[in-house]
Write a protein that binds this ligand. Structure first.
Ligand code: GLU
Length: 374
């Protein structure tokens, strides 16, 4: 089987696009023809029924000239100001090219906090899921304008990997100027060997190949790409680094263009379940009645109606231990409601949630995708 088929077979794909591919640095304008070709490739994927999320840089590169900022390196607050005007133009360009294929763009700006804070994480995941279900193409960038040092990713390679992990993407495509990883820096060593695949984990030997050099376009070079690879692989997402400079970068990759695959040992579903069952410490617990226990064993979600007791003070997104009527732990999962709200809706039918809480949240207390039976 052709390696490119890994792309065609993926249900959910995140595509990361760096500033240098998209924006003419000197003029601060978007490479329109290239972007049109990318949109055409994305349209092909959408027609096949694949979910596509774009993580794009370029807000600062596009925005700076509209504020009359001089050439050279910008200070942080200047970058933040440039991003505020550049992001509008960037999103507009994406919207136009996708519109030509009847696709709707949805802009999502995130900070590091959104992928680390568990409440925001589950929120962002739900929103992205909803957008994808409704057929939109989310365009994600860092919220550069408000992100301060502590809540900044700083580079979109890692942001893209966090997003891929968050939505359990099958593949993360990182488009760059290089067709992957080399054993030595190919700019110094013309005969440096290309690495076609990194399997299972990123070893110290692989890390040494990336060196320490950062690229000049503000984002990371191979170092941050490997950091992204580590995040993606541990979530069961396959990452691929490919050359995106020519038009139609995604169909080229599918047709077998040279690239480096980072292949995880698990798939996103098993990796996520392992994470829920093994890495998170339960903050509270729920006790079920016999009916809910039966539903869970049949692979269903946990509804508030089947819960008889709630212990602990947890927030949405926190891990919970789920117990049978006798108090024995039978599952772990992520709470879709805070303890306070969960106590109010416990024992009630899903249809009553809105009247009790005053808002309509999820139907489930723990969704089956967030639940792992012991
Ligand atoms: N978020 C930045 C921008 O849109 C780019 C960060 C990066 O290139 O990694 O300009």
């Amino acid at each position: 089987m052709r390696e490119g088929n890994r792309i065609a077979r993926a249900g959910r794909v995140v595509v990361k696009i760096g500033s240098a591919l998209l924006v003419d640095a000197e003029r601060g304008v978007v490479h329109r023809k290239w972007l049109e070709s990318l949109a055409a490739d994305i349209a092909v994927m959408r027609t096949r029924g694949q979910d596509v999320i774009i993580v794009s840089s370029g807000a600062i590169a596009v925005g700076r000239r509209y504020l009359g900022l001089a050439e050279g390196r910008l200070r942080l607050h200047e970058q933040q100001a440039a991003a505020a005007t550049g992001m509008v133009r960037l999103a507009h360009a994406y919207q136009e090219v996708l519109n030509a294929h009847d696709l709707t763009l949805a802009q999502v700006l995130m900070t590091l906090d959104d992928s680390e804070n568990r409440r925001r994480y589950i929120n962002a995941r739900n929103t992205l899921d909803t957008l994808l279900r409704l057929g939109a193409v989310p365009l994600i960038n860092e919220n550069d304008t408000v992100a301060t040092d502590e809540i900044r990713f700083g580079d979109n390679d890692r942001l893209a990997a966090r997003v891929a992990a968050m939505v359990s993407a099958d593949v993360l495509i990182v488009l760059s100027h290089m067709d992957g990883l080399y054993e030595q820096d190919p700019r110094q060593f013309a005969d440096a060997a290309h690495v076609a695949e990194v399997k299972g984990e990123i070893s110290p030997e692989i890390e040494a190949m990336a060196g320490t050099e950062m690229s000049t376009d503000g984002s990371g070079g191979m170092v941050t790409k490997l950091a992204a690879g580590r995040i993606a692989m541990s979530a069961g997402t396959t990452m691929v680094i490919a050359d995106g400079t020519a038009e139609h970068p995604l169909s080229r990759l599918e047709a077998g263009a040279r690239c480096t695959w980072f292949s995880p040992s698990a798939n996103p579903k098993t990796a996520r379940k392992k994470w829920i069952a093994g890495s998170l410490k339960p903050i509270g617990s729920l006790t079920l009645d016999a009916g809910a226990l039966k539903a869970l064993n049949a692979g269903k979600s946990l509804l508030p109606a089947g819960v008889t007791d709630i212990v602990g003070d947890f927030q949405r997104g926190d891990a919970l231990s789920v117990c049978d009527p006798g108090g024995k732990e039978i599952a772990r999962g992520l709470a879709a409601y805070s303890a306070e709200d969960a106590r109010q809706i416990m024992g009630h039918k899903t249809g009553e949630i809105e009247t009790i809480l005053g808002y309509r949240g999820r139907d489930e207390l723990i969704h089956r995708d967030d639940l792992v039976l012991s």
